[in-house]
Ligand binder design. Structure first.
Ligand code: FMN
Length: 154
């Protein structure tokens, strides 16, 4: 199986803040030539995508103190089909929010504990429009994930 980093994201619009973070992270990940980086909207991603990836980056805005409904739906649709088959999958999380984001981080972490995925970076919370420095953080997170996957370091 090729080494694949899957980025699953929700964003209110294709030019939204979460999507901007996705693009920055993907640009970083694509600096690692040994890794195939695939971006999928949460509503287009399913169990087969999870089974085909070596690592995962989840990206969502915060909506009403929680993850976007489309990311929750992704979890709802994939949990039983992949149950026990993605244990230890390295993952990281980026949350775009207006003023908080912690509710989303804790909700995602609770769900991901059920899949038994392995966090390989601290969650990145970005409040407001991503600054150049925050886009660099997203870029570096993507690069770190891809490099770790390529080296089999996770
Ligand atoms: C329906 C809705 C609910 C929101 N609820 C919250 C919230 O509870 N906490 C927060 O910090 N931001 C909240 N926000 C703000 C978004 O999280 C923030 O604008 C985010 O950067 C949007 O990302 P996007 O442009 O990718 O959709 C909400 C936005 C929307 C549209």
């Amino acid at each position: 199986m090729a080494t694949r980093l899957l980025i699953v994201y929700a964003s209110q619009t294709e030019t939204g803040r979460a999507r901007t973070l996705v693009d920055a992270a993907a640009a970083g990940a694509r600096e690692e030539p040994g890794v195939d980086t695939v971006i999928l909207r949460a509503d287009a991603a399913g169990p087969d995508d999870l089974l085909a990836c070596s690592g995962l980056l989840l990206v969502t805005p915060e909506h009403f103190g929680y993850m976007a409904g489309k990311l929750k739906d992704f979890f709802d649709r994939t949990y039983y089909p992949v149950e026990g088959r993605t244990v230890g999958l390295p993952y990281a999380l980026m949350v775009s929010c207006g003023n908080d984001g912690r509710g989303t981080v804790s909700a995602v972490e609770r769900i991901v504990a059920g899949y038994r995925w392995k966090a390989v970076a601290p969650p990145l919370r970005v409040i407001g429009a991503p600054s150049p420095a925050q886009l660099t953080e997203a870029h570096d997170l993507g690069l770190a994930l891809a490099t770790g996957l390529s080296l089999n370091a996770f």
